[in-house]
Design a protein around this ligand. Structure first.
Ligand code: ADP
Ligand code: TRP
Length: 345
């Protein structure tokens, strides 16, 4: 792997270790991250990180944060993330991003922070509005701007809900370059989001958006009895078995649509409409689809879990490369802003 070939964009994304990853995260983000990480042609380095500083805005349990952070790495590797093609690392291994956050905060109007969608959402959900939640998009901007070559774009594959945060990073990069640099020698790269539009919002077992905050998730690595219990708990209406049903109005079919083959989808939709096909049948079919989709990854995860040192090695190597890139960025930022250090004199 070579660093920042001039002419090619770098790639970067992150995921919070704030709960057990679910199939909404998989279809909305992880699957795309893994495919992007494998696609090395036409790009420079690719960085994927486990955003544990971000998770600290909502999680206050050291053992759980440690475990969830490791589990995300395990999940990504089991699902096929190839560490020979892209870097996987823990955000907290790159403290440079927190210093960048401070610098960027000094360029950010408070009114802009208060308009952040995720801040407003979280406050609306009744979560305590700590300063970290308010400044969350600026920490994310620091992530996004920390690793790239300033003369190249940085591509950021994210779910549609993260678009605003990438735009904030983009504005900040331009504002910073405008304030502290010249056009022919930019200090920060300008990021662009890459949204996988066709991924719909994955519904949870209660029909609302699947989210760990709603307790309606199907974990990617659930299996056996617990998985069966979760699938059986998907909320359906009370249309009797014999009667025809509308697949478009059903939560089970919404998931079958995402995990079934085209032939399966058509066949099951026809059975719904014909009647004599119950929600229990549909749930059984969905269960089989989930087992098919994640069966191999579960096996790989079991094997990897027995070799935790291999996982730590991947994270350490990723962190070493990421930190080198971030400290180069921070050195340019310090120089451009006049933040003097005496330690290298
Ligand atoms: P959660 O809502 O469970 O807290 P996050 O907000 O941490 O999930 O989301 C992590 C990533 O997964 C985001 O990029 C988001 O777009 C994606 N994602 C989360 N839930 C869903 C869903 N139900 N459908 C599609 N994508 C989702
Ligand atoms: N906020 C993102 C999420 O909840 C995670 C994240 C943190 C991220 N830093 C990032 C995503 C930088 C993309 C780029 O999904």
């Amino acid at each position: 792997m070579t660093t920042a070939d001039p002419g090619v964009p770098s790639l970067l994304s992150g995921i919070q270790p704030s709960g057990t990853l679910h199939i909404g995260n998989y279809l909305g983000a992880i699957r795309q991250h893994i495919a992007n990480a494998a696609q090395t042609e036409g790009r420079g380095e690719a960085f994927f990180f486990i955003a544990n500083y971000h998770a600290l805005t909502t999680l206050r349990d050291a053992e759980r944060l440690r475990q969830l952070s490791f589990d995300v790495a395990l999940d990504y590797l089991a699902l096929g993330f190839d560490p020979a093609k892209a870097r996987l690392f823990l955000q907290s291994d790159v403290p440079e991003v927190t210093e960048l956050t401070w610098v960027f905060l000094t360029l950010t109007p408070v009114s802009q922070l208060e308009k952040g969608v995720s801040y407003k959402d979280k406050v609306a959900q009744g979560l305590s509005a700590n300063g970290g939640l308010l400044c969350y998009p600026i920490l994310q901007a620091a992530d996004i701007l920390a690793y790239g070559d300033p003369r190249q774009p940085v591509l950021v594959p994210v779910g549609a809900d993260q678009k605003q945060n990438v735009e904030i990073a983009r504005d900040l990069a331009m504002r910073f370059n405008h304030t502290f640099a010249t056009e022919d020698a930019p200090v920060l790269p300008v990021p662009e989001h890459v949204i996988q539009e066709e991924v719909a919002v994955v519904p949870g077992t209660d029909g609302r958006k699947m989210s760990k905050s709603y307790g309606n998730t199907i974990p990617i690595f659930a299996e056996g009895k617990p998985l069966k219990k979760t699938v059986m708990s998907i909320v359906t209406d009370s249309t009797p078995l014999e009667e025809p049903k509308d697949p478009e109005a059903d939560n089970v079919f919404a998931l079958i649509r995402l995990f079934g083959t085209e032939a399966e989808r058509e066949e099951i939709a026809a059975s719904y409409r014909a009647g004599g096909y119950g929600y229990g049948h549909a749930k059984k079919a969905l269960l089989e689809m989930l087992n098919r989709e994640f069966g191999e990854a579960r096996e790989r995860r079991r094997q990897l879990a027995e070799r935790p040192d291999d996982v730590w090695d991947v994270l350490r190597e990723g962190a070493t490369a990421a930190r080198a890139a971030a400290s180069a960025t921070l050195a340019r930022v310090r120089e451009a802003t006049g933040l003097v250090t005496t330690l290298d004199r």
